[in-house]
Structure formats: structure tokens, C-alpha cells
Design a protein around this ligand. Structure first.
Ligand SMILES: [Zn+2]
Length: 445
């Protein structure tokens, strides 16, 4: 490749893994003035497809393009590995990325293991809190997959969908997995079935011949799912022609956000065995574990009982790795976020089930800078930051300018290597404890 061209334009930050050659065209990701850009060099007809700034030099032409949606669409056409796909009955791990900048860190973790990643995983509720669109979620996953040249395939999970309209916007954006949440109908089992069937049929209509993954989640109910309810739901759905890829029961004990399992592990094992057997007897779909991050004490049980035939979802835990990166690199800004979160906590906890006790969190003004990252090992501080993310991202000053979000994104961009390293190590620990098999290391000669 002609790197001299880039030198001439003072572009020195090249994401080497991203360099992709397609016939006479080279595509790659660079950082220019701290902003990630796509560079396309070579064939003029292909250059013309992308929106960007063209430079003609004697060595040839190149185009520098913003990572906008139109360009992502052309990228997905040219580099099919950047497009999400249904994963079917293969085991999956959901790496929710609320900020839209964590996926490269996730790739560093998952490429060591034999499991299919779901990089774009977002619920409608999260979208309203992060202020992102379904298309942005799909696009940022594609850019990340391109950045690190992850060619093993990944899925995109439209999580906790409640209405036909939810399905429509997520299907149009290109999601490949659809998680239906019938919790609004949970008082009446027949209504639950009716609703899920309606959602499924609508999706079939939208997708035509295209395959998709279909999950039913009853995890956000107030009682653990009984064996009898599980059997009822799955048999009725199968009778109605619904092809379930995974099902998320509500398990015994507590799966609180961002912290370890709370409850009796032996009881959990029994409950899991029961649900696992039902799944085996009724078509062998996967059990799905929601709020699945940081449940280190039960991962070995989950891996063993399900024999790895699972789907696990995580999201907020990656946001906490972002916050840890802030605490490590920008202590004053961390303190600011922390104090804001404290003010918001009582209001924001209303939509979560957590047992956080703020009194157990040390006062940040008494902590040395170097002690701040340690807070992300303390369960109450973890939940404090976890639950208030929507408020932090949306907070505005009196002129309507975002108070924290842009600064947060800037820091994570500046220190992305540290951020990715934290994500890699934290998520690798998840996969390791779940007993996911490691990929053989390829030996280079
Ligand atoms: Zn859920």
C-alpha cells in the first residue's frame, strides 16, 4: 500500500489492523486531528461511492471520509464481515456498548474465545437514555469490526422490544436478533403468548426470506420463572409456529446490575438444571442470561450445566470500564461525575432493582487520585455509576449544552488504548469463568 500518500497529508495515526484490500482499492481507518476517519485509496469509481474529501496527488487519488451512516452502508457492502448476521443455535455473548466506543475492546477479548459476539445490543430503554439511534448502534459496531478487522462474524440484538413499532425501527436499522419482552402482559399467560406470536409474525413479514434470531425474555418479572410457566410458554409458542432461538427466564436469586450474583448458588444450580432440561426437551434452544455481567460466582455453574449452550447479555459493565478509565486518567473529572451521580441516585434507582447503600462509598474528596479507580471494585460505587448513566449522558447546563458527555467521549478517545485494555481484561475474565473454550493460537512463521 502506498503509505507515502498518507505521509504527505500528515496522517500518521494508522489503525494497521484495519487495512483492507479489495482488488485495486485499499480501505483503512486513521486518526486525524484526534478524529477517526476512513481513508479510501485506489479505484476512482469506488472512491466516488463514499462521501468525503478527495485529494488528487501525482501518486493517485484518495478520499478521507467521516464515519457517517452513508459511508457505513457502503462499507458493509464492500466488506461483508462488517455486517451483522443471525447466529442461530451457536452460543452467543452480548457485549452491549452504551457509548458506542467499546467494541474494539470487546473484540480484543472475544477473539481469544470460541463464542459468537453480539456487538450491537441495545434495548429501546437504553436508546432513550443514551440519545443514540438504532442506526448509530449498528454503524458503530461496523466501524469497530472494520477497525480491528474482526472477520469471524457477529450479531446485532434489538433487546427488550415491546411493540410492533419497536420491531420495525430495529429491523430497518439492520438488527439480526430480536428479543421480545412481553412483561406488559405478564398477568395473563394467554395474553403473553398472543403478544409474542403477533410480534413474531410481524417480524417474519418484515424480514421475508431473511433469517433472524428470536428470543423471548421474561427476566424482568417479579418472580422467578417456574418450570410450569416455562413449559407452557414454549409449547404454546411452538404450536403457533414460533421458532425460538433463546429464552430468558427470571432465575432464583438476584441478578443485580454490574455486581456478582446474590443468593444461594446450589438453589440456582437446581433451578438452572430444571430450565435447561426443559429447553433440551423442547427443541434445544439456548437459555439466555440477562443482567449477565459480573456474575463470577455462578459462571462456572452456568457453563457446566448448560454445556456452553447459552446466550449471556452484558452492557453496563462496559460503561463501568469507561468510568474506570476516567478515574485513572482524569481524576478531577471523575470526582465531578461521581458527585453528580450521588445527587441523581435516588431518582434514577427507581427503574432498577438494586440494594445499593451509598453510605458504604468513601467520600471522593478524602481519596487520593490513585485510589479512585479502586472505587470500581466496590459494589455500591459500581451501582451508583451504573444506574445514573442516562442522567450523566443527558445532563445539560443552562444553555442547553451537554455537561459531561462530550468530555467523557473525548477522554475515552484520547486514552482509548487504556480503555480497550480494561475492556479486554474484564470481559475476558467473564468468558474464562464461563468456561468458554479458547481458540488455538495461530502460529506465524
Ligand atoms: Zn433483560
Amino acid at each position: 500500500m502506498n503509505f507515502q500518500l498518507l505521509n504527505k497529508l500528515q496522517i500518521k495515526d494508522i489503525y494497521k489492523n484495519s487495512v483492507t484490500k479489495i482488488q485495486d482499492t485499499t480501505l483503512l481507518l486513521v486518526k486525524k486531528d484526534s478524529i477517526k476517519k476512513l481513508v479510501v485509496m485506489g479505484n476512482r469509481t469506488i472512491l466516488d461511492k463514499f462521501e468525503g474529501e478527495i485529494t488528487d496527488l501525482e501518486e493517485g487519488a484518495l478520499k478521507i471520509c467521516d464515519l457517517i451512516s452513508n459511508n457505513a452502508e457502503i462499507l458493509r457492502d464492500m466488506c461483508p464481515f462488517t455486517k451483522p448476521v443471525p447466529i442461530g443455535m451457536q452460543s452467543g455473548f452480548g457485549f452491549g456498548d452504551r457509548l458506542g466506543n467499546a467494541t474494539v475492546g470487546h473484540i480484543k477479548a472475544v477473539k481469544k474465545f470460541k463464542i459468537i459476539p453480539i456487538f450491537a445490543q441495545q434495548s429501546i430503554r437504553e436508546l432513550s437514555r443514551t440519545g443514540r439511534t438504532p442506526q448509530e448502534v449498528i454503524d458503530s459496531a461496523a466501524w469497530a469490526v472494520f477497525e480491528d478487522h474482526f472477520v469471524d462474524g457477529y450479531g446485532a440484538d434489538a433487546d427488550h422490544l415491546k411493540t410492533l413499532r419497536d420491531i420495525e425501527v430495529m429491523a430497518n436499522a439492520g438488527f439480526t436478533m430480536f428479543t421480545i419482552d412481553p412483561s406488559d402482559y405478564i398477568e395473563n399467560r394467554d395474553e403473553v403468548i398472543k403478544h409474542v406470536v403477533k410480534m413474531y409474525n410481524y417480524l417474519k413479514e418484515l424480514k421475508g426470506d431473511a433469517a433472524f434470531d428470536f428470543e423471548v425474555s421474561v427476566d424482568e418479572t417479579s418472580y422467578p420463572t417456574t418450570a410450569e410457566d416455562h413449559i407452557f410458554i414454549i409449547r404454546k409458542l411452538r404450536e403457533s409456529g414460533v421458532n425460538v432461538t433463546s429464552l430468558a427466564p427470571r432465575f432464583v436469586g438476584q441478578f443485580q446490575k454490574g455486581i456478582d450474583y446474590i443468593g444461594n448458588i446450589e438453589l440456582f444450580r437446581k433451578h438452572l438444571v430444571e430450565h435447561c432440561n426443559i429447553a433440551k426437551d423442547n427443541g434445544g434452544y439456548k437459555l439466555s442470561i440477562h443482567s449477565g455481567s459480573d456474575k463470577f460466582s455462578v459462571y462456572p455453574v452456568i457453563g457446566e450445566v448448560t454445556e456452553g449452550n447459552i446466550h449471556v447479555k452484558t452492557a453496563g459493565t462496559s460503561y463501568l470500564e469507561a468510568i474506570k478509565t476516567v478515574a485513572e486518567t482524569s481524576p478531577d473529572f471523575y470526582r465531578e461525575l461521581h458527585n453528580f451521580a450521588l445527587k441523581r441516585f435516588e431518582k434514577d434507582r427507581a427503574s432498577y432493582h438494586v440494594t445499593t447503600d451509598l453510605r458504604r462509598i468513601p467520600d471522593v474528596k478524602d481519596l487520593k487520585d490513585s485510589e479512585l479507580p479502586e472505587l470500581m471494585n466496590q459494589i455500591d460505587a459500581r451501582q451508583l455509576m451504573h444506574i445514573t448513566y442516562g442522567s450523566v449522558l443527558n445532563a445539560k447546563d443552562k444553555n442547553g449544552e451537554l455537561l459531561y458527555k462530550n468530555r467523557l467521549m473525548k477522554i475515552l478517545n484520547e486514552y482509548e488504548d487504556i480503555y480497550y485494555k480494561h475492556l479486554d481484561s474484564h470481559l475476558s475474565k467473564h468468558l474464562e469463568k464461563l468456561g468458554v473454550e479458547r481458540k488455538q493460537r495461530v502460529k506465524f512463521k
